[in-house]
Design a protein around this ligand. Structure first.
Ligand SMILES: Cc1cc2nc3c(=O)[nH]c(=O)nc-3n(C[C@H](O)[C@H](O)[C@H](O)COP(=O)(O)OP(=O)(O)OC[C@H]3O[C@@H](n4cnc5c(N)ncnc54)[C@H](O)[C@@H]3O)c2cc1C
Length: 432
């Protein structure tokens, strides 16, 4: 039976493991390598903390990890602790499921000013990812511009707008809950280049913005085409339009102090400010029948002390693995990068689709891989020798179980867990 290495323990990695167990049988040996001692990738560190039902998909991954074919190798980074050549030496096949953890840049002047915080960092901060736990976003800002018209932008806006009580039963990191409770933010602008017909929101997520305790959506009725134009949209987008039109017709709730404004037809041109973000300059656009936006030359500034671009992500390159810099993902054909080297999930196709898309993707990649995979390489024993020689101490799934139990035990009342947000605290919870 083959020895397989899967790098990355997010949805793509776990679905690839599930597919490999189904395809190769119980005798397959899988080492799942992740840079963190905590598995599940963006299920833990991306999906919104107040969407616990979505995070529950990790129970399925837990079942995959518990079947006896998979060994978790946590705290090991591909490219730093071990090289791709070494993994290919050790394993019959290697699958890269490393996601797309880096923010795409806006490419406009001022984007490096303090106060401009990519969504990977902002979301990682409130979700307690160790890379971003120390972020300290400027919540003294009265207004925030969230750039993008997809669900990640909605997540950021909603978390900024919710009250402490509304977040109390989520697994938001304690530091974020405390900081947000003292936030001065009263205005969140969702800035989109195009119009209501071009948004990528889903109806449920958008609808939630109309049900918040202290925040109210603000949509300008003048931004819509005539209502009959909605008939040509696909059903999901029609529901989205119904919400947006409902928000516009209702007008903002005067009793609620926080506004979530939809700034359509606004292309970001520059972040302005002396020493920190103080405003986002945008150009009014016009959108043609094909959905293409062009600038009209009409400029305005939205005053704000924080800018959160939610405009997509890039995979991190790995030495000696062909990389498509333009697409921000590994170069591959249907998941195949090179002989015995494969990729799946966001690292293969870029940051699109739902969690379930990664399942379809992983099963297809493992099916293609099965036709080419031989057996006979040493597998985990060789990896262990390499890591030991470098003094790298990997953690196992039992270590994650100890972290999990300790997080659940120290949860604030009503919350599912209180996350450890540093590698040291995770190591302590694992017992050293
Ligand atoms: C803010 C946000 C909210 C989302 N909400 C939803 C939602 O509500 N519903 C939904 O269906 N989808 C949602 N998604 C999309 C969903 O999270 C992704 O489809 C999915 O996580 C992609 O899976 P992946 O395994 O490819 O990547 P990831 O989940 O990112 O997993 C990658 C893993 O690889 C590890 N890794 C990276 N580099 C290395 C390395 N060099 N060495 C070792 N390990 C490495 C990482 O630590 C991580 O564990 C959301 C995404 C974001 C960003």
């Amino acid at each position: 039976m083959p020895n397989i290495a899967i790098v990355g323990s997010g949805p793509a990695g776990f679905y690839a493991a599930e597919a490999a167990i189904k395809r190769f049988g119980d005798a397959v040996r899988i080492d799942m390598i992740d840079r963190l001692p905590t598995p599940f990738g963006l299920i833990r560190a991306g999906v919104a903390p107040d969407h616990q039902s979505i995070k529950a998909v990790s129970r399925r991954y837990d079942a995959t990890a518990s079947g006896g074919q998979l060994r978790y190798v946590g705290g090991v980074t591909l490219g730093t602790d071990v090289g791709i050549g070494e993994l290919l030496e050790a394993y019959d096949a290697v699958v890269l499921a490393t996601g797309a953890p880096h923010d795409r840049s806006l490419g406009i002047p001022g984007e490096d000013l303090p106060g401009v915080i990519g969504s990977a960092a902002f979301v990682g901060w409130y979700n307690g990812h160790p890379d971003h736990a120390g972020l300290n976003p400027p919540l003294d800002a009265g207004a925030v511009c969230v750039i993008g018209n997809g669900n990640v932008a909605i997540d950021c806006a909603r978390v900024l707008a919710k009250t402490r009580a509304e977040l109390a039963d989520s697994d938001i990191a304690g530091h974020a809950l405390d900081a947000l409770a003292g936030s001065a933010v009263r205005s969140v602008h969702l800035v989109g280049r195009r119009g209501p017909h071009q948004v990528s929101f889903t109806p449920k997520e958008l609808g939630e913005l109309g049900e918040l305790e202290r925040a109210t959506p603000l949509v300008d009725g003048a931004d819509f085409p005539p209502p009959e134009a909605d008939a040509a949209l696909e059903p999901g987008l029609r529901k989205v339009l119904a919400h947006l039109r409902g928000f516009a017709a209702r007008g903002p709730d005067a009793g609620k102090p926080v506004r979530i404004g939809f700034d359509f037809f606004s292309r970001p041109v520059a972040v302005l400010g002396e020493g920190r973000a103080e405003g986002l300059q945008v150009e009014r656009t016009r959108v043609d029948a094909d959905g293409v936006a062009t600038g009209t030359g009409e400029l305005r500034v939205i005053p704000c002390g924080m800018v959160i671009p939610c405009i997509g992500y890039r995979t991190g390159p790995v030495p000696d693995v062909p990389f498509d810099a333009r697409g921000g993902k590994f170069m591959n054909r249907d998941g195949r990068i090179a002989d015995r080297l494969w990729c799946t999930g966001w690292a293969r196709r870029g940051p699109s689709g739902t969690i379930g898309t990664n399942r379809t993707d992983a099963f297809a990649v493992v099916e293609a891989m099965a036709a080419e995979t031989g057996e006979g390489r040493p597998g985990g024993a060789m990896l262990d020798t390499i890591l030991a020689a470098r003094g790298v101490r990997a953690s196992g799934y039992d270590g994650w179980r100890r972290i999990d139990a300790a997080e659940v035990a120290r949860a604030r009342p009503g919350a599912p867990r209180e996350k450890f947000v540093t590698l040291d605290a995770m190591a302590a919870a694992m017992g050293g």
